[in-house]
Design a protein around this ligand. Structure first.
Ligand code: MTE
Ligand code: MO
Length: 320
């Protein structure tokens, strides 16, 4: 694990990890110690985490022109700072006895009455899940294409019935410093918090994921439920959500509190607004050929047509 301390500790990993290292991790099943017992556990988990619903690709989100990132890479190259500051360390640390089932999700704030769901019950109530292939662009200038299973956030908002004063949605991750040992690191205000405006949250693309490649989310990817906002930098996609709250004020988010000059509230993918320490014009494709080189980053991560209307009149350079 290479923990790089401030001010350069959030260097893009491309600067420190040769591509061959994470591409060559074919032995990951072995290192995880998947025996027969592991397989049995996994099957039980599959049923529970999808509440028995099969996930089918929604053809509107096929992304036919792109190659899906291999499962191996999606499961082995992660950001989940609660567990590790190393991309490869997350899978190891998040699977040392951290229990993500059963899991309660609270919905509160400016709604008619507070709600609490068991995540599996919530999926049943929503009425099933679908698969969507989304571009996934980290602020560190790497990207993947991920087949998420889950449901649009707007369906949960409809269940919650927010009041008209609700202007933002605040998401809070779990807090358990005994298992997530980096939650003792006082450089951050734990638990991890993220937020969206209510209009962003209502957008058809905003998604709550419960799986990847038709299997329940692995711990390292934010089991059992995490946010996916494909037109924004990956850090907006908060993992392992325990609470969703409707608020009148803009929520204070972990990254914005830690480094406001580098991580804005909006965090829309924008190749024309550089990170203070690196360019955002191009991105390294995880799992891509080593001869491929970086590819150009697209405005709103390729979702400009769908989301530009949300930001009419907003200065995207100031509100980064
Ligand atoms: N709770 C929590 N959520 C988080 C993070 C984190 O450290 N903690 N990292 C974010 C960042 S920076 C990215 S790029 C994505 C990574 O998701 P992945 O590991 O599934 O690719 O999760 C986001 N959600
Ligand atoms: Mo990220």
């Amino acid at each position: 694990m290479h923990l790089i301390v401030p001010p350069s500790w959030r260097l893009p990993d491309s600067a420190v990890t040769p591509e061959r290292i994470y591409l060559g991790r074919r032995h990951f099943l072995k290192t995880l110690g998947f025996g027969l017992a592991g397989v049995a556990l996994l099957r039980e988990n599959i049923f529970a985490a999808t509440a028995g619903f099969p996930s089918k690709l929604n053809p509107d989100y096929r992304l036919a022109d792109l190659t899906l990132t291999k499962e191996n890479a999606i499961l082995g190259y992660n950001n989940f700072y609660e567990f590790s500051y190393s991309k490869e360390g997350v899978r190891v640390e998040a699977n040392k006895g951290w229990k993500t089932e059963p899991w309660k999700l609270e919905i509160g704030g400016l709604i008619a009455k507070p709600l609490t769901f068991d995540v599996n019950e919530l999926v049943k109530k929503i009425g099933g899940i679908e698969q969507r292939n989304y571009r996934h662009r980290c602020v560190e200038a790497w990207s993947m294409v991920v087949p998420w299973d889950g449901f649009p956030l707007r369906k949960l908002i409809a269940l919650a019935e927010p009041k008209s004063e609700a202007r933002f949605v605040k998401f809070t991750s779990f807090y358990d410093p005994n298992v997530a040992t980096n939650q003792s690191d006082s450089r951050f205000t734990w638990p991890y918090v993220e937020g969206l405006t209510i209009d962003e949250a209502q957008h058809e693309l905003a998604f709550l994921a419960t799986g990847i490649y038709g299997k329940p989310l692995a711990n390292q990817n934010g089991a059992p439920i995490r946010l996916v906002v494909p037109w924004k930098y990956g850090f907006k996609g908060i993992k392992s959500i325990t609470r969703i709250e409707f608020t009148s004020e803009q929520p204070q988010t972990l990254w914005n509190l830690a480094t406001p000059s580098e991580y804005g509230f909006y965090a829309n993918v924008n190749p024309n607004v550089d990170h203070p320490r690196w360019s955002q014009a191009r991105e390294r494709v995880i799992g891509g050929s080593i001869f491929e080189g970086k590819k150009p980053t697209l405005m709103f991560n390729g979702y400009e047509k769908e989301v530009a209307a949300l930001y009419k009149g907003l200065d995207l350079k100031k509100n980064f």
